[in-house]
Write a protein that binds this ligand. Structure first.
Ligand code: PDD
Length: 279
């Protein structure tokens, strides 16, 4: 496996060590990012770093400037490979366990890559679940136990994602945002503290708007979603992925729909243009 980055050093993964007193380990006190890398280029890297800074500000964690532009190429390596870049910053290691925030912060900065396999070009299945996570899902927190348990419930149901609802209203997926084609409009829940403002979600909205596709950021009820013509999930590692089954029932015609085919084409075209501009 490629080297990892830990607090200024590049190390083989087995040589990387953190203290059990790290607040990330004890409290889940930290934030993270996942950036897709295509042909060696961190795709929409600036947008991801902006969101990382917003997450840091939201948890009141002031970190000295980190030279990501020097770190990324070393982690990715010289080959133009496709991978995912993971960045994590925790509030660091202190001598004791104390809920109160420390006055002097020595953050732990960790980053690594893994090979990215292209998302399947076939439809996948989803299930619906009550969203029992906290009320600050806009922060990309490393405290992901709720997301992990919800994703596991999907896995146990032989599904690829759990779509989450608060009192009947759609928020997002356990590790993705959700879009639905409803009465001839592409719809997604509006940004709020109940969902992560996805970088892929923003790009899909931008592409739809540029093409003049009718689209709307609005609340979506569970009963309405059950009648959607198409449902997609979006994330940096899964791009735009169509759901063709929800809770064991077909979504729309139970096949990949025409709206997804069009969006996937725009998405791939945008990616290629972006890569050409960043070569
Ligand atoms: N997760 N919502 C949640 C809860 C997520 O975990 C993710 C992505 C998204 C989509 O955001 P973006 O388009 O910026 O990747 C929405 C990453 C990929 C992860 O945790 O691995």
């Amino acid at each position: 496996m490629a080297q990892v980055y830990l607090n200024g050093d590049f190390l083989p993964p087995e040589a990387a060590r953190i203290s059990p007193w790290d607040r990330g380990f004890l409290f889940g006190d930290g934030v993270y990012e996942v950036i897709p890398v295509y042909r060696g280029r961190p795709f929409l890297g600036e947008a991801h770093l902006d969101r990382l800074h917003r997450s840091l500000a939201a948890i009141d964690l002031a970190v000295p400037a980190i030279p990501w532009q020097e770190i990324f190429p070393k982690l990715i390596g010289p080959a133009p490979r496709d991978c995912a870049l993971y960045l994590q910053i925790t509030r660091g290691t202190y001598a004791t366990r104390d809920h109160r925030l420390p006055e002097v912060v020595r953050p732990t900065v960790f980053a690594f890559t893994w090979d990215l396999t292209p998302p399947p070009k076939c439809g996948v299945s989803g299930i619906t679940r009550e969203d029992f996570r906290w009320d600050r899902c806009d922060i990309k927190s490393i405290a992901l136990l709720g997301n992990v348990l919800l994703r596991q419930s999907a896995t146990e149901a032989q599904a690829q994602e759990a779509l989450l609802f608060r009192k009947g209203w759609l928020t997002e997926g356990s590790s993705s945002n959700v879009f639905a084609v409803l009465e001839g409009k592409l719809c997604t829940p509006p940004k709020s503290r109940r969902l992560l403002s996805g970088i892929t979600r923003a790009l899909v909205l931008q592409l739809a708007e540029q093409a003049g596709l009718p689209c709307e950021e609005r609340e979506i009820h569970q009963e309405e979603l059950a009648k959607a013509e198409e449902i997609w999930i979006t994330s940096s590692t899964r791009e735009v992925l169509p759901l063709i089954q929800l809770d064991g029932k077909p979504v729309g015609a139970g096949q990949i729909g025409p709206w997804w085919r069009q969006m996937d084409q725009w998405f791939q075209q945008y990616k290629q243009k972006w890569l050409a501009a960043h070569d």
